[in-house]
Design a protein. Structure first.
Length: 161
């Protein structure tokens, strides 16, 4: 079967973008690992790798600067929809994110966007709960020392790219 087509859907701002340049490095029933370059040029972020955890509603990405030095790990809370007939995944960003810096500092961001999206009726109460529960599970993994296992799929395939 050919590689699936991947889309990133955002709620704020509302958009759905074909990830046409993402390279799928590995895929099974639990994860999809990709390599990519930044969609929009930035001074800090140049390229990276992502692992979509299909059962955990989470995407873990390793962000690099242009000189190939690690910027940080960026974790998105996502949900996905798979269309078998077109072999297409749409990953919807559920707004709450976690940044893990090289020194181990952990920062939770965009919770205000999650609240705004609910207040503006852009997401349902169930989606709000799903996002917060996924965020809680992700933070539990990070704080309990299990984050290395979430980074492992990227680290395993990054060297083959």
């Amino acid at each position: 079967m050919p590689a699936p087509t991947l889309y990133r859907k955002r709620i704020i701002p509302e958009e759905c973008i074909l990830l046409k340049d993402d390279r799928i490095l590995y895929q099974d029933e639990e994860v999809i690992v990709t390599g990519w370059r930044s969609l929009k040029p930035r001074k800090d972020l140049h390229h990276g790798y992502s692992c979509y955890f299909l059962k955990e509603d989470c995407k873990v990405s390793k962000f690099y600067r242009e000189d190939n030095s690690l910027l940080y790990w960026y974790c998105d809370i996502v949900e996905h929809d798979y269309q078998l007939e077109t072999n297409t995944y749409v990953f919807t960003d559920l707004l709450a994110d976690v940044i893990v810096y090289p020194d181990g500092f952990v920062k939770v961001v965009d919770i205000d966007e999650l609240v705004s999206a609910r207040n503006d009726k852009l997401i349902s109460e169930d989606t709000l709960k799903k996002s917060l529960l996924s965020l809680s599970r992700l933070l539990e993994s990070i704080y309990s020392g299990r984050f290395d296992s979430m980074k492992a799929p990227i680290e395993r395939f990054i060297h083959n790219d």
